[in-house]
Design a protein around this ligand. Structure first.
Ligand code: SF4
Ligand code: SF4
Length: 442
């Protein structure tokens, strides 16, 4: 499918109130890492499973017939199944998926000191570059290499990533660092907690400042490592709710303290992230929309800002590797939609608004597409929103312009520094930057 025909299809879908569909397929729950924030870590004792290639191809056939255009292959660790993964990426490309993505914990970047490292990396990059893969993400949990390597259980991996990136770039693949927000992001954040139901302003200010500094350190560190793109994974510590509305099927969540933040801490963390994203947008492509962070801050604070509901279960779906069934997302395990090939898209309830979690894979694009769908379907509602929530829509407009400056975060295209600098210069000149220090409350 050509870029023009993809765009036309997007526009037609938007006019019908649909955003480009997204399917996340969990290929396997096998993993070789030790991440404390995840229920699939190698030390967890449960029977591991995977979807067969035949099953995944059937899912892809069903997805493309239903107008889904974005597919992500996740795990566990997808690159444990490298040969199958490459076959599936090629299959998805032939079907016409416009955006194909996958990620890794980076285990293949181990042992950079070995003499065959460059050869191994060249072979890997060459194989991936020959597929229609658009985005490859590599997880990074801490700006302190030893901390990240300890969390993942892969000594020496950071050195391996630093050496592998130029090789990938030479093959036209620009991986994105997937930063999981957690308490081990820097030495200073480790162990920092806001205690008590009524924290003092001083404690809150300290928490904000420490995370602000950690995030600055993180973005600088990623740039030094050679990354040209990054995204943030919001902390997910899902507990089943009494009413059964949240029941995780995707085990990439845990109750470990490292990703478990109180409501107040989350607000401060998102503020620190928003301010830092804004500051670093001209240095690295940051796939974290400020409009989405504003919405999450408002939601967590309980303020009246009206957010756009998540498209999970309407346009976005998750397929679990254990039963091969489709769910609205990885966290609504009680809402199985059955097999994708049996799913009647017209039966989906687009009126059922969900704000139950902060899963960025679904919340970020939902927020980004929200004004477009609203503007096409109900321009008066958008106008009212503009009158009442002007800063939120300004942040959204900046996000759109920034995405354009970033080549829409295409992981097969390099960063163009002049475009990022020009974006930032214009945003600053227009005074459109979202609230930053010292105007920030903390
Ligand atoms: S977060 Fe990813 S790499 Fe870590 S244990 Fe879970 S699936 Fe494996
Ligand atoms: S907000 Fe989205 S991702 Fe989260 S539980 Fe609801 S549908 Fe799922």
């Amino acid at each position: 499918m050509t870029t023009a025909s993809v765009r036309i299809r997007h526009l037609l879908d938007l006019g019908r109130g649909r955003v480009p569909g997204q399917l996340i397929i969990q290929l396997t729950d096998q993993c070789n890492a030790r991440c404390p924030q995840c229920g699939m870590r190698v030390s967890e004792k449960f029977a591991r499973t995977r979807l067969t290639n035949e099953r995944v191809k059937r899912l892809l056939d069903a997805a493309i017939q239903r107008g889904i255009q974005i597919v992500s292959f996740t795990g566990g660790e997808p690159l444990l199944l490298l040969d199958d993964l490459i076959e599936l990426i090629n299959y998805a490309g032939k079907l016409g998926f416009a955006y194909i993505r996958t990620g890794t914990n980076g285990f293949l970047f181990r042992n950079p000191e070995k003499s065959d490292f460059s050869e191994r990396m060249n072979r890997l990059a060459e194989r991936l570059a020959a597929t229609p893969l658009r985005n490859l993400w590599i997880s990074v949990d801490s700006a302190v290499p030893a901390m990240h390597e300890h969390m993942r259980g892969f000594p020496g991996i950071i050195e391996g990533i630093a050496r592998a990136l130029p090789i990938f770039h030479a093959h036209g693949i620009y991986p994105s660092a997937n930063v999981g927000l957690n308490r081990n992001m820097s030495e200073e954040t480790a162990g920092l907690q806001i205690l008590g139901a009524e924290p003092s302003d001083e404690a809150e200010s300290h928490f904000y400042q420490v995370y602000r500094q950690a995030l600055r350190q993180f973005y600088g560190y990623l740039t030094d490592l050679g990354f040209s793109m990054t995204s943030a994974c919001y902390p997910m510590s899902i507990q089943p709710t009494d009413d059964g509305s949240l029941q995780s099927v995707y085990a990439a969540t845990a109750m470990d303290m490292v990703v478990n933040f109180s409501r107040r801490e989350k607000i401060l963390l998102y503020r620190a992230l928003s301010d830092t994203v804004e500051e670093y947008r001209d240095r690295i492509r940051i796939l974290t929309p400020l409009s989405s962070l504003q919405a999450l801050i408002a939601q967590t604070s309980g303020t009246s800002l009206k957010q756009y509901p998540c498209r999970g279960g309407i346009d976005y779906f998750f397929v679990d590797c254990r039963d091969g069934l489709t769910y609205p997302c990885g966290y609504r395990g009680n809402d199985s939609l059955g097999y994708l090939w049996d799913l009647d898209m017209s039966s989906l309830n687009s009126k059922k608004d969900c704000f139950l979690c902060d899963w960025e894979c679904f919340r970020d694009p939902s927020e980004l597409f929200g004004p477009v769908v609203e503007g096409l379907r109900d321009p008066r509602a958008l106008f009212t929103r503009y009158r009442l929530q002007r800063p939120a829509l300004q942040a959204w407009w900046q996000d759109v312009r920034y995405a354009r400056a970033c080549n829409f975060f295409d992981g097969r295209k390099p960063l163009v520094p002049e475009r990022l600098r020009s974006f930032q210069k214009t945003a600053r000149a227009e005074g459109c930057l979202v609230k930053t220090e010292p105007a920030c409350q903390y």
